[in-house]
Design a protein around this ligand. Structure first.
Ligand SMILES: Nc1ncnc2c1ncn2[C@@H]1O[C@H](COP(=O)(O)OP(=O)(O)OP(=O)(O)O)[C@@H](O)[C@H]1O
Length: 253
């Protein structure tokens, strides 16, 4: 382990998700690539966790396994009390729809739907009704109340990203996964996106896991998990841009 400053409350915080001995080998066990090597990690409830590490260290694979998008070679992935490795494909699909939120680098909004329909889409797909109060709070926090009748092509890039965040929050997912959410954004939009993510932790108690290469983005998190060669190589609590940079240097970045 590299730099580790345990936060006083770290041991008392419940976990929304965790991995036990999580191993992922791509290809055959003999000639494959070990992307994750017996990783034990807990994702704390109501906190913002960033995953960092050099290219190829296993960040995306860890996120995909936690989100039930990738099947581990061995070990367990638990979302609350549910062991994802024991679920059928159909049950996993349902679980992703009902308990997990995603924000991708390209926001993946559907062009023919209005902003409101895009935000409500996960509920529509799940046959759930819209919780008006929650919807109102989300669009107010994100400042898109007066844009909801517009299609994505009629929105600025920043507004589109807010619609994508609202869509990811609307179901009240157990965990919201963000894959390089600022990767394609200029610095002003990145700051906005990170502020939205932070406010969703503050306002809604949302649990967030974000994969990023950017130390500034990681500094918005409560905690940074550092990966190297498919293993947990350290963690930082209440990170700053400088402490993240120093930790990444320690990993040879
Ligand atoms: N589908 C796949 N088939 C074969 N090897 C894979 C596959 N996906 C990932 N890998 C390998 O697993 C290792 C971890 O990859 P992963 O994408 O998780 O790393 P990462 O830290 O997210 O990298 P980056 O920062 O470059 O996106 C790498 O060696 C990668 O080449």
């Amino acid at each position: 382990m590299t730099t580790t400053t345990p936060s006083p409350s770290a041991t008392s915080i419940a976990t929304a998700a965790r991995t036990i001995g999580l191993t992922k080998i791509f290809g055959t066990t003999d000639s494959g690539v070990t992307a994750l090597d017996a990783v034990d990690v807990g994702i704390e409830v109501g906190r913002f966790t960033a995953i960092m590490g050099p290219s190829g260290s296993g960040k995306s694979t860890l996120m995909h396994c936690l989100a039930g998008l990738e099947t581990p070679t061995s070990g367990q992935v638990l979302l609350g009390d549910t062991d994802l490795t024991r679920l059928s494909d159909k049950a996993l699909t349902l679980l992703r729809r009902e308990r997990i939120g995603f924000i991708f680098q390209s926001f993946n909004l559907l062009p023919m739907l209005t902003a409101r329909q895009n935000v409500e889409l996960p509920l529509t797909l799940a046959g759930r009704s819209v919780d008006r109060e929650r919807m109102d709070r989300i669009v107010t926090v994100l400042g898109i109340q007066d844009r909801l009748g517009h299609r994505p092509s009629e929105l600025s890039g920043g507004q589109q990203q807010r619609v994508a965040v609202a869509r990811a929050l609307v179901t009240g997912p157990d965990v919201l996964f963000a894959d390089e959410p600022t990767g394609a954004l200029d610095s002003r939009s990145s700051t906005q996106m990170l502020s939205f993510l932070r406010s969703s932790v503050r306002e809604f108690g949302q649990t967030i896991v974000m994969v990023t290469h950017d130390p500034r983005a990681a500094s918005y998190a409560d905690r940074v998990l550092l990966l190297a060669d498919g293993r947990l190589a350290g963690e930082l609590h209440d990170p700053t841009e400088d402490s993240v940079l120093a930790a990444m240097k320690g990993l040879g970045e």
